[in-house]
Design a protein around this ligand. Sequence first.
Ligand code: SF4
Length: 356
Amino acid sequence: MTIIKPESQVLLEAQGISKYFQVGGGFRPKQLRALNEVSFSLSERQVVALVGESGSGKSTIARLLVRLMDPSGGKILFRGQDVLREEPRHASLSYRSQVQMIFQDPFGSLNPVHTIGNHLERPLMLHGKAKSAAELRDRVHELLATVDLSPAADVASRYPHQLSGGQRQRVAIARALAPGPSVILADEPISMLDVSIRVGVLNLMERLKEERGIGYLYITHDIASARYFADRTMVMYAGHIVEGAPSEELMLKPAHPYTQLLLSAVPDPNGSMKSALNAKSGAPKLIDPPPGCPFADRCPSVMAVCRQEMPGATPLGQDRWVRCHLFGQGAATGTASAQEPGAAGPRSALAEGAAS
Ligand code: SF4
């Protein structure tokens, strides 16, 4: 995968962002902790994958970053500017033009009574990208050509139901490109597509990254596609990022027991991770969670300390870190019940996930 060039600019940064929801009423309302002090950054021409099960907090991060809702704490920086402080609750047009989102369901995200051309004209007009009807038509055709949909005039006149799933997702990508974004948040963009066309969509996104300098936050439950597409992978569990590393390193030498479990899952034809996860079932407790590591009830390496203290983030190398008592200080105080996963010793400061 592409190595980040030294001159790459940091586009988007999350600094200790959290999202809590109050549930229940009366005198003792409870708190659902969807996201807990998450930190990371995304640079030009970089793909950062967020991998985890449903409910792990991946999509909550995307919704916060695209400003569909505000975080309970923490900061979001875009090109160094504090987005939450400088913008009103609903993101400004300029921020929205720079940070776009692609959703999982290409059919659900398109209006069935509008033509493909209509779908692309709206963002072009909203963001002032065309000054006349002729220019608008040309821009629509350019966008369709960019995502390899041709003949453009024919595709523009069709309705969503007249296209295949892969073609619809290409339209969704073209629509995201219309305002000229530098960041795209891609929430499971290939999981509803036929296996045979997934690689084609990822290759298109890769090409756009190189041509336009786009940075992607790639949200997926499919760790294999993260290895294929992402420069860097962060693994999420119960609203925490538990491990972050260059994708290839993480896949070859996973440190966190949860990452190991994900990688040991048998791939199924739909590309999801199933059996190993289901073997040790039990959803994590997000409402008023107990102290300690949220993975303790499912972890094959659980120690006494795990149920008492939340592990901090321990660096494992220049761009790697893990949040687990098997590493760092917890390794010395815990009563180990399993072998320590192989990993290099701490060597450098943390780049992400160090907020708690
Ligand atoms: Fe397992 Fe303990 Fe590490 Fe959590 S902190 S993943 S329970 S070993």
